[in-house]
Design a protein around this ligand. Structure first.
Ligand code: ADP
Ligand code: ADP
Length: 226
């Protein structure tokens, strides 16, 4: 179960201009929200604030009804997937998938069993002993998904997770993400600049511009308006 509420979120990086100018966003439990907007408008920053990887200067982040502004990332029960996958090159596929559990002090046997089960779902079993450098882009992307899924969280933040994949793989992974959303009843916040992805995945689309939220509505309302 997971709902996310942002109230009047403001963020300025050290020595930089203000990046977020007061963003309000209500994401319901089990909702698939896609954030779109031009490069530099603050999409990644917003995700990193929800994940706890950055702190906001002002405003409130509420996760499951609890104020989360000061919660460290490992206590938020949220898994983030990055555009460049952020895998550890010296670790095997199995170790990469299990890594998030290690941080959370899950016992080794349990970690491995869970990582193997997730790898099976994502058809990664033949590659468990390989290092990321010996995998294709699509396989790496699956490992990154696997690491997030092994956490058994139902909240996923995805920062352009498909943009480094070729067209065919992108379509496959899009379907896979949709399946994960439906099967787990997951809450997903997904950043993209691809309109096809936004249209096919989103329950609601958040349109950002220059650090503001411009629109937050269904795909039909946003793209089909005359
Ligand atoms: P988007 O994801 O929409 O491309 P970002 O959130 O990555 O936007 O970036 C918004 C703005 O903040 C950009 O101008 C970017 O250069 C700046 N920015 C992002 N991260 C940092 C950082 N760690 N330090 C300083 N400026 C940053
Ligand atoms: P995005 O795909 O979100 O546009 P960028 O390529 O802008 O990402 O940024 C990649 C990384 O660099 C991010 O971790 C971001 O925090 C950092 N970054 C972006 N802009 C700046 C900046 N002006 N100063 C410092 N770090 C930055």
């Amino acid at each position: 179960m997971s709902s996310i509420t942002l109230r009047d979120i403001r963020k300025t990086y050290a020595n930089g201009p203000r990046v977020l100018h007061g963003v309000d966003l209500d994401i319901g439990d089990g909702e698939f929200v896609v954030i779109v907007g031009p490069s530099g408008c603050g999409k990644s920053t917003l995700l990193r604030l929800i994940a706890g990887l950055e702190r906001c200067d002002d405003g409130e982040i509420v996760i499951d009804g609890r104020r989360a502004n000061a919660l460290p990332p490992q206590d938020r029960d949220i898994a983030m997937i990055f555009q460049n996958y952020a895998l550890y090159p010296h670790m095997s596929v199995l170790e990469n998938i299990a890594f998030g559990l290690e941080l959370r002090k899950v016992p080794r046997k349990t970690r491995e069993a869970r990582a193997r089960a997730v790898a099976e779902t994502l058809q990664l079993t033949p590659y468990l002993d390989r290092k990321p450098g010996a995998l294709s882009g699509g396989q790496r992307q699956r490992v990154a998904m696997g690491r997030a899924m092994a956490r058994e969280t139902s909240t996923f933040l995805m920062d352009e997770p498909l943009s480094n994949l070729d067209n065919a793989l992108r379509n496959t992974m899009r379907t896979e993400i949709k399946t994960i959303h439906q099967q787990l009843g997951a809450t997903i916040v997904f950043v993209t600049h691809d309109q096809t992805e936004a249209l096919s995945l989103a329950d609601r689309i958040a349109v950002m511009k220059d650090g503001y939220l411009q629109q937050f509505d269904t795909p039909a309302a946003i793209y089909d308006r005359p």
